[in-house]
Design a protein around this ligand. Structure first.
Ligand code: BMP
Length: 271
């Protein structure tokens, strides 16, 4: 079972380069914390990333919310990724036919495939969405996460939908490296094997509040990593709150989540 093994051991055998990079980065930095930088100005975006960079394995972006986006922002993001040693995940949530997603992934203003190590997709269109995205991402060494579950109240991604998402991933393990989900997917669906190693990246993580006014639901790093066996905790507002200029508070929250996530992992691999 992958969740009993160390991140470093899993990195040594994973076949996808983006998954290997993420697992190696987690091990090297002793951090399974990802920060989701959901702000609308380029200045705040880069400031937050520079401040949290030392404490995270991965930065998750929504570049389409940035009002003053220019290609230069990507150059600066890549420089910060090199400076602080973190993986980049554009949370694009593709959800269209193969041909359309291949264009959305490669082209347009954002050219996501050219800079984002990892991206994600809703499984709702069926396996053709993986075919479309992998035609662009696989030659570049990228990895894809499927949204098998969501953190929101009333999510429809449950039961047979989740199982079908996992089976779709099993058929495409060269490119699909794991899931956005709330728990491990080992044993879900009919064709589970002991060799598979899907990374589970989990949003909806917070230490101080249980949710927001728009359906978000939070669980603690201990619940997510230790009890549910997930690999990476994704934290947004819990780290930078409402004021991206409060550097001291961002640093202390990032450290707090990094420690909580890592402790939960150490407990988990103890068995
Ligand atoms: P926050 O920690 O501030 O609630 O942010 C959570 C982030 O994770 C958001 O960027 C959101 O788009 C994303 N997310 C989520 O909250 N739940 C999901 O099921 C999937 C997501 O990508």
């Amino acid at each position: 079972m992958a969740h009993r093994r160390t991140y470093g051991d899993r990195a040594k055998v994973h076949k996808n380069p983006a998954a290997r990079l993420l697992l190696e980065t987690i091990e090297r930095k002793q951090s399974n914390l990802a920060v989701s930088v959901d702000v609308v100005s380029a200045k705040d975006f880069l400031n937050i990333i520079d401040v949290v960079g030392p404490f995270v394995c991965l930065v998750k972006t929504h570049v389409d919310i940035i009002e003053d986006f220019t290609p230069q922002l990507i150059t600066e993001l890549q420089a910060l990724s090199a400076k602080h040693d973190f993986v980049i995940f554009e949370d694009r949530k593709f959800a269209d036919i193969g041909n359309t997603v291949s264009l959305q992934y490669s082209s347009g203003v954002h050219k996501i495939a050219s800079w984002s190590h990892i991206t994600n997709a809703h499984p709702v269109p069926g396996p053709s969405i993986i075919a479309g995205l992998s035609s662009v991402g696989l030659p570049l060494g990228r990895g894809l996460l499927l949204l098998a579950e969501m953190s929101t109240k009333g999510s429809l991604a449950t039961g047979l939908y989740t199982e079908a998402a996992v089976e779709m991933a099993r058929e495409n393990q060269d490119f699909v490296i794991g899931f956005i989900a709330q728990r491990r997917m080992d044993g879900v669906g009919k064709n589970s094997t002991s060799e598979e190693d899907f990374l589970i990246l989990t949003p909806g993580v917070g230490l101080d509040v249980k949710g927001d006014s728009m359906g978000q639901q939070y669980r603690t790093p201990e619940q997510v990593v230790l009890e549910s066996g997930c690999d990476v905790i994704i934290v947004g507002r819990g780290i930078y709150g409402k004021d991206p200029s409060l550097v001291d508070s961002i640093v202390s929250q990032a450290k707090r989540y990094q420690v909580a996530g890592w402790q939960a992992y150490l407990e988990r691999i103890k068995g």
